[in-house]
Design a protein around this ligand. Structure first.
Ligand code: 4BW
Ligand code: 4BW
Length: 147
């Protein structure tokens, strides 16, 4: 029975577990680093997706990437923040999942990444798959196993 429960879980798709795009904080291509830093600070996340107006995924921007861009030889050059667009600082080589990928694929990917962006059949951003989501599910399975 317990085995069956975990088998069922692993055969579900990413779509069943992702945070939908409308609940994901993001910035748009063309936004400057000052805006990105404001969004990151206000939401409390360390990294968020960068999308275009069509909702295509271009990369991720994080506080570390922003700071790296404005660290000068002697000081942090904050005045550069509103001059640099996010596309000059974002990470573009990022892992991606499809909504129909099996949960097991996502599980393997969040070993190395705090979250992975999910795309639909039209290659548009659909949401994110996070470590928290999968750990919550595993927690449930393990607790039921111990009952
Ligand atoms: O605002 C928050 N609410 C809650 N409930 N949990 C939070 C919040 N901010 C951080 N956390 C917790 C989560 O457990 O800290 C973990 C690390 O956050 P992070 O990476 O370094 O900002 C969170 O783990 P997680 O939920 O597995 O999320 C992993 C990463 O996914 C986050 C962030 O980069 C991204 N993320 C999660 N939800 C997001 C999001 N990015 C944009 N919008 C969202 N709604
Ligand atoms: O430099 C990195 N190398 C690797 N292999 N993965 C990294 C690196 N930087 C970030 N990551 C990945 C890891 O999956 O992003 C996740 C979130 O990083 P964070 O929170 O927001 O800097 C990383 O997840 P994690 O390895 O499970 O680490 C979770 C958090 O624990 C990190 C950081 O706050 C802290 N941490 C981990 N290793 C650390 C550390 N703090 C100081 N020194 C370390 N060696």
């Amino acid at each position: 029975m317990i085995h069956l429960q975990s088998e069922e879980l692993l055969h579900k798709t990413i779509e069943n577990f992702m945070i939908e795009s409308d609940k994901v904080a993001h910035v748009q291509i063309g936004n400057n680093l000052e805006h990105a830093l404001l969004v990151l600070t206000k939401t409390g996340y360390t990294a968020i997706p960068v999308l275009d107006p069509m909702y295509r995924l271009h990369g991720l921007i994080g506080t570390n990437m922003i700071m790296d861009k404005i660290i000068g030889l002697k000081r942090i050059e904050y005045e550069k923040l509103d001059q640099i667009p996010v596309e000059q600082a974002m990470k573009t080589d990022i892992p991606r999942l499809k909504i129909n990928d099996p949960l097991l694929k996502g599980l393997g990917m969040v070993v190395d990444h705090g979250f992975v962006c999910v795309e639909n059949e039209e290659q548009l951003f659909a949401g994110i798959f996070t470590r928290r989501t999968i750990l919550k599910q595993l927690n449930k399975v393990i607790r039921n196993f111990n009952k």
